[in-house]
Design a protein around this ligand. Structure first.
Ligand code: NAI
Length: 327
């Protein structure tokens, strides 16, 4: 029998967890032949809810679900994890400043980075969904000196998928006819969804739409989609965030198709003039669990300004967490 994969998931009793766990347990990430062991982390106050979720996992009788371990201790739950999906985070509460949010989450991701460093499997990959995702991932990475920096990534795949859906709708094409979409920067309102390299059935996407649609409709719709969903649903995006978390991990581990790429926030090596060490979303290709930034794309002035604005925001977040002594 194939050796089971150990997947640690934090915030497992939350909204995203409620969609994510069931899809992973049914084989959406590793396919129909690989059993999975779920290791679920929560805070003490949510352990009872997590026990209810685990009862439902039992009740699904998923043939691929080898075991489920629950706990509120990061070192215990991360022990031997091959993949860690860090979804749990402190939400912004009323009156909370950005600095307070970075502080509260910085403490969580410092502790989790240290725990992963100590007990995760040799081949661990770590995907951060919990917001502020890019900076949380940077903090975890900086607190795990024995894990190669390339093993950390933050989720911008939901933004990427949103961009595909908007472009497909506008051009009356299917999402699978679109390739080479890019999200640059932070998973925040400064993100830059870039269609200048995107192709639809091999033709330049930018030539099929008007510049004013890109500027006035496409970019704001993608960048503010999270707020629009909160307004409509009364709760933040959860099923789509879980789906994107799976897409991102699956493509990271199993590879991108020839000629295409995906968007992942990964540690900058200075490519495209983005300051080194920031966790910045780039176009990447992946193979066997490793990613490579796509180089030598031509960047027009419009794109340059937007890429720089998002880098500036991430630099400011890094300055704040450095002042707080967190990274
Ligand atoms: P939620 O509030 O429903 O669930 C979060 C869960 O995390 C809660 O059950 C909470 O108890 C748990 N948690 C908090 N601190 C923890 C810790 N230290 N260790 C383990 N668990 C902890 O939130 P939801 O909707 O599931 O979203 C989770 C995160 O994902 C939020 O930060 C949200 O902003 C973010 N998000 C990110 C997206 C992206 O594209 N990167 C898209 C949508 C949401």
């Amino acid at each position: 029998m194939t050796t089971p994969v150990k997947i640690a998931i934090t915030g497992a009793a939350g909204q995203i967890g409620y969609s994510l766990l069931f899809r992973i347990a049914s084989g959406a990430l590793f396919g129909p032949d690989v059993p999975v062991q779920l290791r679920l982390l929560e805070i003490p106050a949510s352990m009872q809810a997590l026990e209810g979720v685990a009862m439902e996992l039992d009740d699904c009788a998923f043939p691929l679900l080898d075991s489920v371990e629950l706990g509120d201790n990061a070192e215990h739950i991360f022990n031997g994890a091959n993949l860690a999906l860090l979804v749990g985070a402190r939400p912004r509460s009323k009156g909370m400043e950005r600095k307070d949010l970075l502080d509260a989450n910085g403490a969580i991701f410092t502790e989790q980075g240290k725990a992963l460093n100590k007990v995760a499997a040799e081949d661990v990959r770590i995907g951060v969904t919990g917001n502020p995702a890019n900076t949380n991932a940077m903090i975890a990475m900086n607190n795990a000196p024995d894990i190669p920096a390339e093993r950390f990534s933050a989720l911008t795949r939901l933004d990427h998928n949103r961009a595909l859906a908007q472009l497909a709708r506008k051009t009356q094409s299917r999402v699978d006819e679109i390739t080479n979409m890019t999200i640059w920067g932070n998973h925040s309102a400064t993100q830059y969804p870039d269609i200048y390299h995107a192709k639809i059935n091999g033709h330049s996407a930018a030539e099929l739409v008007e510049q004013h649609w890109i500027e006035d409709d496409f970019i704001p719709t993608v960048a503010q989609r999270g707020s629009a969903i909160i307004e409509a649903r009364g709760a933040s995006s959860a099923a789509s965030a879980a789906s994107a978390t799976i897409d991102a991990a699956r493509d990271w581990l199993h590879g991108t198709p020839e000629g295409d790429w995906v968007s992942m926030a990964v540690v900058s090596d200075g490519s495209y003039g983005i300051p080194e060490g920031l966790m910045y979303s780039f176009p990447v290709t992946t193979q066997d669990g490793n990613w490579q930034i796509v180089h030598d794309l031509e960047i027009n002035d419009f794109s340059r300004a937007k890429m720089d604005a998002s880098a500036t925001e991430l630099s400011e977040e890094r300055d704040t967490v450095t002042e707080l002594g967190l990274a």
